[in-house]
Design a protein around this ligand. Structure first.
Ligand code: 3PG
Length: 400
């Protein structure tokens, strides 16, 4: 981006592809980390006199306008963070967007509405995506890719648009890639990885890679129950991906052969009912051994013995990568496991990287000081796919 600025951006319309996909409760943003992370790039361009057009997706609307997924709250928050007026276009490439961009003075910022309100953004068909990218390109003179959280998506604004405009990577992408590169190239050992989140199927690629890299893998969250089941334990009504059991078994065997320590929960918090996340009414979970989950109960967090065990397994780490919460942290009765892992990261002297929308949000929502961690990535799927060594469309498009 500095080269782009040195070449002169004053008076130019610069399209910044950000990831403002923040968690919302109605129109209230519950974690603004992603907006704060990209704000410096936007401020830098504005300070250099650019007319900055900020674009992003939010959620997964179905290719047409849906007020529940409007970027308006994110645009408002961006204005507060920048302490500047931020214009908002109520469509993406329509009349409002064109008029908003036209009216944009040098050094001013506008946000256009959710890119995914247009089916062309996520279309599988190259021509359909290309046609939408053409429309986006007509709004701008230059392109800055800085939506790290979306670089794993082959979407029009991420992949096709940079091919149509002179482009550069923003500072957020540069920082993210710099940190994740360290984990793939010269990682300091012991390298301990904590994986959580709901679905084991989302993590298979990264586990495959980590079996070659990590010294120790600690597993929690919904995905842990597929591992427990694979080991022959009953998991009651806990989340389970039965079809993944053969893969999980193969990974456990490979871990053993390679001397990678694979650590699973030894106890869990269970309940017959999923907690009410709106009222947060007390859930009164019971603690049971991980091999004794009753048939009518669901595991919703790692238990106290597991928390201690995981803290001990983190204590001597030199590098830690953590992706995915350990339980339903949105409810206070099931936030303890995720909080214990966050504390475990802070108590170790390791270089700590928190990757993933959910675990990054959890750290902040649970009140931890985000600056105490080595790096909190804005990418969930993106950081995992980077670690897997995959070619990420949004990075490949910026490379030339
Ligand atoms: C994320 O939250 O991981 C990114 O914003 C990408 O969102 P997506 O999974 O809906 O493409």
């Amino acid at each position: 981006i500095d080269e782009l600025i040195a070449d002169g951006v004053a008076g130019k319309r610069v399209f910044v592809r950000a990831d403002l996909n923040v968690p919302l409760d109605g129109t209230t943003i519950t974690d603004d980390g992603r907006i704060r992370a990209v704000a410096p790039t936007i401020a830098k361009l504005a300070a250099a006199g650019a007319r900055v057009i900020v674009a992003s997706h939010l959620g997964r609307p179905k290719g047409s306008p849906d007020p529940a997924f409007s970027l308006a709250p994110a645009a408002k928050r961006l204005g507060e963070i920048l302490e500047a007026e931020v214009a908002f276009a109520t469509d993406t490439v329509g009349e409002s967007a064109r008029a908003t961009v036209e009216a944009l003075a040098d050094g001013k910022v506008a946000v256009i509405e959710n890119l995914r309100f247009n089916a062309g953004e996520t279309a599988k068909d190259d021509a359909e995506r290309g046609a939408f990218a053409d429309e986006l390109a007509s709004l701008a003179d230059l392109y800055v890719g800085d939506g790290f959280g979306a670089v794993h998506r082959k979407h029009a604004s991420v992949f096709d648009l940079p091919a149509r405009l002179p482009h550069a990577a923003g500072d957020l992408i540069a920082t993210e890639v710099g940190v994740l590169k360290k984990l793939t190239e010269d990682v300091k050992r012991p390298y301990v990885v904590v994986l959580g989140g709901a679905k084991v199927s989302d993590k298979l690629g990264v586990i495959d890679h980590l079996l070659e890299k990590a010294d120790r893998i600690l597993v929690g969250g919904g995905m842990a129950y597929t591992f427990l089941k694979a080991q022959g334990h009953e998991v009651g009504i806990s989340l389970l991906q039965e079809d993944q059991i053969p893969v999980v078994l193969e990974y456990l065997e490979r871990a053993e052969n390679k001397g990678v320590e694979f650590v699973l929960p030894v106890d869990v918090l269970v309940s017959a009912d999923f907690p009410d996340l709106k009222t947060k009414a007390p859930a009164n979970p019971a603690t049971v051994a991980a091999d004794a989950i009753p048939a009518d109960q669901e595991g919703l967090d790692i238990g106290p013995r597991t928390r201690e065990l995981y803290a001990a397994k983190l204590a001597d780490a030199a590098t830690v990568f953590w992706n995915g919460p350990m339980g339903v942290f949105e409810h206070p009765d099931y936030a303890g496991g995720t909080a214990a892992v966050a504390q475990g990261l802070l108590d170790s002297s390791a270089f700590t990287v928190v990757g993933g929308g959910d675990s990054a949000a959890a750290v902040r929502i649970l009140g931890f000081d985000e600056n105490a961690f080595g790096h909190i990535s804005t990418g969930g799927g993106a950081s995992l796919e980077y670690l897997e060594g995959k070619t990420l469309p949004g990075l490949a498009a910026l490379e030339d």
